[in-house]
Design a protein around this ligand. Structure first.
Ligand SMILES: Nc1ncnc2c1ncn2[C@@H]1O[C@H](COP(=O)(O)OP(=O)(O)OP(=O)(O)O)[C@@H](O)[C@H]1O
Ligand SMILES: [Mg+2]
Length: 243
């Protein structure tokens, strides 16, 4: 699959979610029941940061798989336990570079981050010079809370999540324990997609970024997730049952 054209991107950008919600954004919803059920598709741009949280088996990986399959971008997939193995198949997914990594081992992971940054910089320079459509890709990190080496090592991930949107690169990160996720991932996320979360410590951290009372994250249905865009809950929707 080739990189999407500017027009395709514009289409995705065009369906921005701002206009959807007539609620007064100064008053965040007190409970999940106050957040409107959202059946319409929401639109993620390739330069967006996306963070997906929820308890075990809530649907984080299923949702991630769905996004990779349906968004017309390049993806660099970092898989930890083989849950995203289907994307190894370069014939079926020519737009995906797949890596199975040990998340405790910086020497495995950091070269991949550096490669992504270098590729982004190179492509952007080339495209600017030649007036070509911008390169568009997303880093995918399933189980992002397991990259514990970040606490001791300065990671190039920080450049990806803070700067790489300038090179047309965004990210999708999933985790069960938000408390253990690199803060840069949360701070730069345009979207938080939040499944039911029962851990008080994680709820508290999520509440720093969203306008929903943390305790209500327990009230979501199984496989239902809140859609938070730039800190505001714009809807909730149930994951479609995977085939
Ligand atoms: N709408 C649905 N109804 C019923 N079951 C569903 C629905 N959507 C997803 N599931 C099932 O829920 C499970 C979700 O698993 P998934 O691997 O996505 O969880 P996860 O949040 O990534 O968990 P973990 O924290 O262990 O990585 C799968 O077994 C999937 O088949
Ligand atoms: Mg998972």
């Amino acid at each position: 699959m080739s990189d999407p054209s500017r027009e395709e991107l514009a289409e995705h950008v065009g369906a921005a979610p701002e206009a959807r919600d007539s609620r007064d954004s100064r008053d965040g919803p007190a409970s999940v029941a106050d957040v409107p059920k959202e059946s319409a598709e929401f639109t993620i741009r390739c330069i967006d940061g996306v963070y997906i949280d929820g308890k075990r088996d809530s649907g984080k990986t299923v949702l991630t798989r769905h996004l990779i399959r349906t968004l017309p971008y390049k993806f660099w997939v970092l898989d930890v336990i083989g849950n995203l193995e289907e994307f190894k198949d370069r014939k079926a997914y020519p737009n995906v570079e797949y890596y199975l990594v040990n998340p405790h081992d910086a020497s495995q992971v950091e070269p991949i981050f550096q490669k992504i940054l270098a590729e982004g910089r190179r492509m952007t320079d080339y495209q600017k010079k030649n007036g070509l459509p911008i390169q568009c890709g997303m880093l995918v990190m399933d189980e992002a809370d397991r990259y514990d080496y970040f606490t001791n090592v300065k990671s190039d991930l920080s450049d990806i999540v803070n700067l790489a949107r300038n090179y047309g690169i965004g990210y999708i990160a999933t985790a069960r324990r938000t408390a253990a996720v690199a803060k840069d991932i949360l701070a730069n996320a345009d979207w938080l997609l939040i499944f039911r979360n029962v851990f008080k410590r994680d709820q508290k951290i999520l509440a720093e970024w969203i306008d929903v009372e943390p305790i209500t994250l327990r009230d979501l249905d199984e496989h239902e997730f809140l859609i938070i865009y730039h800190g505001e809950a714009i809807g909730r929707t149930k994951l479609e049952h995977p085939e």
